[in-house]
Every structure is written in structure tokens, then in C-alpha cells.
Ligand binder design. Structure first.
Ligand code: HSE
Length: 393
């Protein structure tokens, strides 16, 4: 029997306990032994709940119990979670997490502790919620040179955009619904301002190219300045506005990663990804494009990914996964990347044609430019008095 502990009993931690109970026989059959929940570490008192006998408040109980093989970290953040993860790994326990902030900011260090101690630090649930994407990236696609990754990486913002457009409800009400469904972060600013998606594109880049990409160095723009008028103009012209994380590597070895709202043509599969769903397209030099799609947030989908890592840790007790990334990547500033831009203001097609080469008019006072970098697009936007400026995929 394998004994595990959960640290942090919020949406994800609670989901892990629930799925473990719901699918216990299935999990035991697949792993070859029972997986049993010995402790739940939380600041709250769990007495009076079905988990009363497992509830504890002192991390050292887990740290010092040789029976606990796998620790599931669902605390979130990079403070207490960092300290407990370091100590759990140093105590020779496998650690499984859904904590993208911790993996994106301290993954390199934690993976090297895991390597020294001969244990696993696994984080499938940190990107794409329930979608299996990290393991395929380092396992099934390992024979490829990864060229590009682009995706909808935040369920909350996708849900909000969708509810605003299709449900006609306000941003604030859509956010409240996302919070009630357990999709949003404790501080939803991280979702809305693209910070959460930024952490995820960093983790994908770290794994795809083996070099650390720090979230501090990656430009992240969210959806708070998206106007419904732009959503309608885009829709009438055959585009959907989506918050995308994108990363790619140039032939000279430099890498680029950024998060920004984009106009996505309806012909692209990412345009049709609605509600809390995430989708990640990966381009490998042998396989071509592969797309991963599923629920990107929520208790049970995320627990599904966490438990698959727990099962992997139990199964591969004696042969740890060789995961890790090295020194910082050399980064190309996203502002240098040429893109087509959507500009909207009160300018006429003639005004736009006087400032831009061959603008495509897609609505009243709205054009799509030829490819150009951010500085040139910004200059044109200023000359035209544009009030909206978005990338086009
Ligand atoms: N707040 C995140 C999201 C949760 O909405 O995608 C999953 O990482």
C-alpha cells in the first residue's frame, strides 16, 4: 500500500481526495497496490468533516513519517509551498503539484533537489488543468525538436470572454461565475492580467527546450482592456478574441515567449475553444501540429492530472523520471516579433491607407495591418488615434 499526504485542502486538494475515493479500485488496479490518504495538512480544522481523522496542522508530521511516500502540494503560491516542497523532497518523498507559480519560479531548484534525493517532482496539473500535455511533451514528443507552442492556457479568462460574448453578461458577473465554479485563482488578477497563463507558457518552454524561462522576463498582457465592441467587430469579420500564450525557438537558439489577447481566425481550431476549456497546439519538426484539448481548470479535472502523477510516482519509485532544465534561455523580446495588428479608432479607410501599407478594412474604423513589430504598430496606432490595438494570430 502506498500512503500519500495532501497539503492544502482547497479546490484542488479537495478534488484529489474526492477522485481518490471515487476511483480507488481503478487506481489500485492500475498501480498494482492501494493508494491511501494518510494526512491532510490544512490551516482549517477538519473535525466534523469526513476527513477528520486525517486532518493535521503540523508539516513535520508528514516530513518525519517514513510511511508517506508521495506528498501532494496544493497550497499554491511560492512561500509556504516552497519551504514544504523543499523539505518533503529532502526527506526523500516524491512531490506532486498543481502549483504553476512554484514550478515556474522555482522548478529548476526543486527538480535538482529531487534529482539529488532520487525522487520525483511531478507537475502535470500545473498546465492545462486536466489535459495531459506535459507528459506528452517530454515523453511522446521527445523525438521531435519542438518549434512552437501556442495555446489557451487560462480557463477563467476563456470562460469570461465566452460568457460575455455568448451570454451577454458583464465582465464582473462572468468572473463571479468562474470563481463560484472553482476556476479562478485566489486573487483573480493573476487570471485576468495574464500572469497565470504566463507561468504556464514558461513551464511549457522550460520543458520543450530545457532552458529556464523566468516569468519576470516574459511580457504578459491580460483581457481587462478588451472592449465588447472589438469582440463584435472581430466576430463579424470571422475572428474570435482569445488570450493566448505563445513560445517559439529561432534557428539561432534564441527563444521567445509572451501572453497577449489575439484575434484568432475562425479557421484555427483555437478559435472554437470555449468555456473553461484550454487547448495547446505544439509543433514538432517530425510530427507537425498536435493539439491537446480539455478542461483547463476545476477541482475534478485538475485532480485527475494530480492523481495520474501520484500513480506515476508510485509506479516509478525506483526509476525516477529524468526531468529538469538548465541555465536561463536567451530571450527575444516579444515586441520585436512581427505580427499583423488589429487597430480600431474613428479613422477612415483613407486615413489608414495613408499611414499603413495595404491595411485590410474589417469594420468601421477597424483595420488589420501587414506584419510589423510592436514599435511600428504603436506608431501607426498613435498617428491614427487608435483606441484598440491587438495582435492577430
Ligand atoms: N485559474 C486557473 C485557470 C486554474 O483559470 O486556468 C487552472 O490553472
Amino acid at each position: 500500500m502506498a500512503k500519500i499526504a495532501i497539503m492544502g485542502f482547497g479546490t484542488v486538494g479537495g478534488g484529489v481526495a474526492k477522485v481518490l475515493e471515487m476511483n480507488q479500485a481503478q487506481i489500485a488496479a492500475a498501480v498494482g497496490e492501494e493508494v491511501s490518504l494518510k494526512y491532510i495538512l490544512d490551516v482549517r480544522d477538519l473535525s466534523g468533516t469526513p476527513y477528520a481523522s486525517q486532518g493535521i496542522h503540523d508539516f513535520s508530521i508528514i516530513e518525519n513519517d517514513p510511511e508517506v511516500e508521495v506528498v501532494v502540494e496544493c497550497i499554491g503560491g511560492a512561500k509556504v509551498a516552497l519551504d514544504f516542497t523543499r523539505r518533503a523532497l529532502q526527506a526523500g518523498k516524491h512531490v506532486v503539484t498543481s502549483n504553476k507559480e512554484l514550478v515556474a519560479t522555482h522548478g529548476k531548484e526543486l527538480l535538482s533537489i529531487a534529482k539529488v534525493r532520487g525522487v520525483n517532482y511531478l507537475f502535470e496539473a500545473s498546465v492545462g488543468g486536466g489535459i495531459p500535455v506535459l507528459r506528452p511533451l517530454f515523453q511522446e514528443l521527445a523525438a521531435n525538436q519542438i518549434e512552437e507552442i501556442v495555446g489557451i492556457l487560462n480557463g477563467t479568462t476563456n470562460y469570461i470572454l465566452n460568457r460575455m460574448v455568448k451570454g451577454g453578461i458583464s465582465f464582473a458577473d462572468a468572473l463571479k461565475e468562474a470563481q463560484a465554479n472553482g476556476y479562478a485563482e485566489k486573487d483573480p488578477t493573476a487570471d485576468v492580467e495574464g500572469i497565470d497563463a504566463c507561468r504556464k507558457i514558461c513551464i511549457l518552454s522550460d520543458l520543450a527546450w530545457g532552458r529556464e524561462v523566468s516569468p519576470d522576463l516574459v511580457s504578459a498582457e491580460g483581457i481587462s482592456s478588451i472592449h465588447l465592441h472589438d469582440v463584435s467587430i472581430a466576430a463579424a469579420a470571422g475572428y474570435r478574441i482569445k488570450l493566448l500564450g505563445r513560445a517559439f525557438r529561432l534557428d539561432d537558439g534564441r527563444q521567445c515567449a509572451y501572453v497577449a489577447p489575439h484575434l484568432v481566425p475562425e479557421s484555427c481550431p483555437l478559435a472554437m475553444v470555449d468555456d473553461v476549456f484550454n487547448a495547446i497546439m505544439v509543433r514538432g519538426n517530425a510530427v507537425g501540429d498536435v493539439m491537446f484539448y480539455g478542461r483547463g481548470a476545476g477541482a475534478l479535472p485538475t485532480a485527475s492530472a494530480v492523481l495520474s502523477d501520484v500513480m506515476d510516482a508510485v509506479r516509478s519509485r525506483d526509476k525516477r523520471r529524468s526531468l529538469g532544465w538548465s541555465q536561463s534561455a536567451q530571450l527575444l523580446d516579444a515586441a520585436e516579433v512581427e505580427a499583423r495588428w488589429y487597430l480600431r479608432g474613428s479613422f477612415s479607410p483613407a486615413d489608414a491607407a495613408a499611414v499603413l501599407d495595404g491595411p485590410e478594412s474589417i469594420g468601421e474604423g477597424a483595420v488589420i495591418t501587414a506584419p510589423m513589430n510592436f514599435a511600428r504598430a504603436k506608431e501607426a496606432a498613435e498617428k491614427l488615434g487608435a483606441v484598440a490595438m491587438l495582435r492577430v494570430l
